[in-house]
Structures are given as C-alpha cells and as structure tokens.
Design a protein around this ligand. Structure first.
Ligand code: TRP
Ligand code: SF4
Length: 335
C-alpha cells in the first residue's frame, strides 16, 4: 500500500468547511492507502507564538473531530508532531541546505504575511514553515500528500528539498505528490467564506439543535424577499449546502421549487437539514463518545506516535549515514 501523509494545524475546532474539504477525503483514503495523519502543533506555533497556551487543547479537539468524522485509528496512524522530535532534527538538517531565496519567493508565505498583518511574522520560524513541512513529509517517505491548492507551493518546495538532499548525499527521499480532490465548497451562514473569525461557521462539535438554528437563520438568495418571489439557487448559500449533502432528486426539486416559488425557504431548509443529519448524526454521536473519553483519545495518539517514531528513527539513521555522521552511531551509548 502506498503511503499517504497529511497534517492539520490545531488553531481551532473544525467546521464543515474542514470536514468537506479535508476530513471526508482522509476517511476515504484510509481504505486504499497506509495513512498517517498528524497534528501540526509546531506549525501552529509559527503564527500563535504569542499565545501558545490553547494549542494543546485544540490539538486534542481536532483529533476528536477527526475520529468523529470517521478517521479510524485501526487503519490510520494518528500522532502529534511535537511528540516526534525527529521532525525537528530533520528540519534542522534541511535548513542547512535550503536557500533562503526559495522561502522568500514562496507565494503562500507572502499571502499569509499580508493576511495576518496584525501579527509580527517576520520570524525565522515562520519563514522556515515549509522546511518543517518538508521534514514532516519526507521523514515518512510519503508518496501522496492530500492538501488544498494553497499548499501546492509547499509541496513543490518539499520536492525541491528532497532533490537537493539526494543530489548532495545520495538517493534517499522519494518526491511526494499532492493529492487534490474535487470538493463541494460551502460558504458560511452569512454567505461569506466559512471561517471562525467571521462567526459564520457550523462546527462538527455543534449539536443537532444548534445546527438547525444556524440553518434556520442562514441568509438565502437576497432577491427572494417574499414567499411568492421566485429565487435563484445559484445565488443562495443554502443551495451550496444542498450540493454538498442532498441527493440529486432533492436538488432538482429545490431548483424547480425555488425558481417557480412553489417551495418556501423554510421548506427548503428543512429538506436540507434532514439530509445533512443523515450524514452528520453519526458524526455528532461519535464526537460525543470520544469527547467523553479523552483518555482513549490520548491512548490512540500515544500508540500512533510510537508507530510514527519507529519509522522516523529509521529515516534519521539513514540520513545521518548518508551525511557522513555515522561516527556518532552508538558512540555515546558505548562510553
Ligand atoms: N501546512 C499545512 C496546512 O496549513 C499543515 C501541514 C503541516 C501539513 N505539515 C504538513 C500538511 C505535512 C501536509 C503534510 O494545512
Ligand atoms: Fe435558497 Fe432554498 Fe430559498 Fe431558493 S428556496 S432561495 S435555494 S433557501
């Protein structure tokens, strides 16, 4: 089985955008690949270094979200980046061979610095973000990395670092490929991009009642002011949710009913809620179970971290050998 690896930064609880955009895909991939999924807590630190105290809480919360979504700890290996010190060691070695110019021209780096202008991101660690990401990926010699398009520059850098390492010290790292998927995108309840900072997100940690309240009050096609006005589903955030959750016949019914004003928005939202719950009820139930058993979640992470560390250690031994550091091997233990 080919190896897949992906990580998420623990900067908050996960919402439906994260679920549809990444988690559902993670769940699918575990059927066909050997999957490694990890909490990128050091990466969270690159932007949250002034207030790192929440990172540990969020780390556990997002793993509970993963498990709720159907990530199966018996199939996939789940772990925490900062528990595997080898990531930091490989990051350091990669930092020796990575030209600063590669990092400075990285478009994701420039974009995020623009977006987070209120934060001082002129740090060494933030510039080196993709170098740490390359270490995360290459230490497991992962073949595929499921990520969003915003991460493609980081993956390209990972390949460049792998190539440069192999060129200097001999063939060691395979070049990983991105795994992009077509995903239905859902907006937030106000029609803007779903984001915790806009206060328009539906969370995996929300219960049925909360989700219905959010759907009930969600904005619709703003031209459809009265029940008898026809609407346009393509201009309606509610319909974007139908595309993500409802079967084809329901979508057709909504398109027709909306365009000829034979259904009202409340009817439409009720239909949506029913189909959302068909998918999300088991997720909500599982989430409740895992949230009530944090010891179990910690055990899963400890077990996954042990497995990940074994592989990371083997890669590091190979790296040291290739770089000519083999003199150190066992010398300390001997003396
Ligand atoms: N940079 C990724 C993100 O923000 C998170 C990440 C860190 C990652 N290391 C990774 C993703 C390794 C894939 C592989 O989404
Ligand atoms: Fe949107 Fe549905 Fe109302 Fe049409 S009927 S405007 S798709 S909520």
């Amino acid at each position: 089985m080919a190896r897949v690896l992906s990580g998420m930064r623990p900067t908050g609880k996960l919402h439906l955008g994260n679920y549809l955009g990444a988690l559902k895909n993670w769940v699918e991939l575990q059927k066909e690949y050997e999957c490694f999924y990890f909490v990128a807590d050091w990466h969270a630190l690159t932007t949250e270094y002034e207030n790192p105290s929440q990172i540990a809480d969020y780390s556990l919360e997002i793993v509970i979200d993963w498990l709720a979504a159907g990530v199966d700890p018996n199939r996939a290996t789940l772990f925490v980046q900062s528990w595997i010190k080898e990531h930091a060691e490989l990051h350091l070695l990669f930092s020796m061979i990575t030209p600063v110019s590669w990092l400075e021209r990285n478009p994701t780096y420039k974009e995020i610095r623009q977006e987070l202008k209120h934060k001082d991101l002129a740090t060494y660690g933030f510039l080196g973000y993709p170098v740490l990401q390359a270490a995360d990926i290459l230490i497991y010699k992962a073949e595929y990395v499921p990520v969003g398009v915003d991460q493609l520059p980081h993956l390209e850098l990972t390949r460049e670092i792998a190539r440069r390492f192999n060129h200097f010290y001999g063939e060691c790292f395979p070049e990983p490929k991105a795994k992009l998927t077509e995903i239905p995108k859902v907006p937030g309840t106000d029609g803007r991009k779903m984001s915790k900072s806009y206060n328009n997100a539906i969370y995996l940690a929300d219960d049925e009642k909360t989700i219905w309240e959010k759907i009930r009050t969600m904005v619709t096609d703003t031209n459809r002011k009265r029940r008898k006005d026809p609407g346009d589903p393509d201009k309606c955030p509610v319909f974007a949710f139908h595309l993500a959750f409802s079967p084809e016949d329901v979508r057709q019914e909504v398109i027709e009913g909306c365009r000829n004003a034979s259904i009202g928005c409340v009817d439409c939202k009720k239909m949506l809620f029913e189909h959302m719950m068909r998918e999300l009820s088991p997720v909500i139930k599982r989430r409740r179970e895992y949230a009530g058993n944090r010891e179990l979640v910690m055990d899963i992470l400890a077990e996954g971290s042990r497995k990940a560390r074994e592989i990371a250690k083997l890669t590091m031994a190979e790296v040291m050998e290739r770089m000519g550091f083999s003199l150190q091997k066992g010398e300390l233990e001997k003396r």
